[in-house]
Design a protein around this ligand. Structure first.
Ligand code: SF4
Length: 483
């Protein structure tokens, strides 16, 4: 469909460059999007359909780079630096090093050039502007505008390393046509009060999931862009992942959720097109009957582990013999001290995180476990840096004069405390059970009847350690999708 597009970078330059078609992460949001027609063309040209999770249009699934670190497009041949489907490569690739994206406010579709392309960095401004002018004319033609309206995911999210060249008025207008234009606001620390008030008014607040808190989401902001908007008097929290936009929580507020849910799904469809990413995460049991009645599909995901505070604070009786013995051993051998977290402990805690992460990798974390550890670094940094602003309560354990464990958590309700993160030197026997028990004791002393330790992220080792403390119950958590 884009056969007439001028390729601004000469092929000889591309063949010696190491930027395109290679990606540092498997789920990079920069991997190319293929429309249904482009998937058909690519598979006819020999690419396996298994690389496309949705034949109706999707970003391609990357594969491990066989000769270097990171991942590559499966159509890329690293031996020759050629695209195996060059003649039918998708529009996304044909446009490059130009890029289509929303501006920072998600108000305008813009055309820009990617500063990651070394050739473009050396190209004169008049030449770049002339090429952009011609490209913009082609993009604003009826046929291209209709393709973009059908596949809104061809328009990427804002990237600050893409230099904006011009706004695409016709594309913007077409994408906003017939849609109630919803302007979301980026989630910031001052929004904590608003979200916490809305959570208090929502169904399920008496037995909340760990996700029913501000900090649970905010600490992942280095991976997901969070934004919110009030729809029909309900606060709707959206998260933008590399694959598109989803709701991080059901609409929050009092009263029926039919209208806000419908409006929120419209927002997601407009951003995601047909993508399966459109969904609502972290829906509590209390909402399930209502959304089922509205005709949505409800799927169970990993449940939160919930403990009676007395059980995990006292560790009495036969079932708790092992964790109790581990705590006693720690006290006998190390005599560590449990203390409140102080912001001055941040640097020591961060360096402990890196030590702990290496210990876990040496102990044989699988690919999934390693990816989680990498992602967790930013979350721990945010939690340790903004503990007070996030409403987090922290504690450390010192052995000698060194911090060898830290933990952080927050109140989900006046009687439920959630342990959000915990790091303990794996070479010190009994340290992890000790800091957990002390933290639970502290929470119980402040009114906790329940301790929520979140889900196990599908990690068998984490599931085993959570089972070790005999959860009183599992708190179900659901995903809601359109049928
Ligand atoms: S389709 Fe071809 S040009 Fe596009 S990313 Fe894959 S290998 Fe590169």
């Amino acid at each position: 469909m884009a056969g007439s597009l001028l390729q601004i970078v000469p092929s000889a330059t591309c063949l010696h460059c190491e930027v395109c078609c290679r990606f540092p992460e498997r789920d990079s949001f920069l991997r190319p999007f293929f429309t249904a027609e482009e998937i058909e063309n690519a598979t006819t040209a020999g690419l396996s359909p298994k690389h496309f999770s949705n034949p109706a249009g999707t970003q391609i699934d990357l594969v491990q780079n066989p000769v270097d670190e990171g991942y590559i497009c499966p159509a890329f041949d690293p031996a020759t630096s050629h695209c195996r489907i060059y003649d039918v490569r998708p529009l996304d690739c044909r446009l490059y090093p130009f890029a289509l994206m929303w501006d920072a406010m998600h108000a305008q579709v813009v055309l820009g050039w990617d500063t990651k392309c070394p050739y473009m960095r050396d190209l004169s401004s008049p030449a770049t502007n002339q090429a952009a002018h011609e490209l913009a004319q082609w993009i604003e033609k009826d046929t291209t505008v209709e393709i973009l309206a059908r596949y809104p995911r061809l328009i990427g999210r804002f990237q600050d390393d893409v230099i904006v060249l011009r706004s695409l008025e016709r594309v913007t207008e077409r994408l906003q046509q017939g849609s109630a234009v919803v302007t979301t606001r980026a989630l910031t620390l001052p929004d904590r009060e608003h979200i916490e008030t809305a959570l208090m008014l929502s169904a399920g607040h008496d037995m909340p999931l760990a996700a029913a808190s501000f900090a649970y989401h905010y600490i992942w902001r280095h991976l997901l862009s969070y934004a919110w908007v009030d729809l029909h008097n309900h606060m709707c929290l959206f998260a933008e992942s590399p694959d598109g936009v989803f709701m991080a929580l059901p609409p929050l507020g009092t009263g029926p959720i039919a209208q806000p849910l419908d409006a929120a799904f419209r927002v997601m469809r407009e951003r995601n097109g047909d993508s399966l990413v459109t969904r609502v995460e972290n829906v509590p049991e209390a909402c399930v009957a209502e959304v089922r009645k509205l005709g949505y599909r409800v799927i169970a995901k990993d449940a939160d582990y919930l403990y009676a505070a007395d059980d995990v604070a006292d560790l009495t009786g036969e079932p708790y013999k092992s964790p109790r013995a581990a705590c006693n051993r720690f006290l006998r051998e190390q005599g560590g001290v449990f203390e409140p977290y102080d912001p001055r402990d941040r640097t020591a805690c961060l360096s402990l995180f890196h030590e702990w992460s290496e210990q876990k990798q040496e102990a044989g974390a699988d690919d999934w476990g390693r990816a989680l550890l990498q992602d967790a670094a930013g979350a721990h940094e945010t939690a340790l840096s903004f503990a007070h602003e996030l409403g987090l309560i922290g504690a450390v354990v010192r052995v000698g004069d060194r911090i060898r464990a830290y933990t952080m958590g927050m109140w989900l309700s006046p009687v439920m405390f959630c342990v959000l993160l915990e790091v303990a030197d794996r070479n010190i026997a009994g340290l992890a059970p000790f800091i957990f028990r002390e933290f639970c004791r502290q929470a119980r002393a402040n009114g906790a009847c329940w301790i929520n330790t979140m889900d196990d992220s599908g990690l068998p080792g984490l599931a085993r350690s959570k089972q070790w403390y005999h959860p009183a119950r599992l708190l179900p958590n659901y995903i809601v999708m359109e049928s």
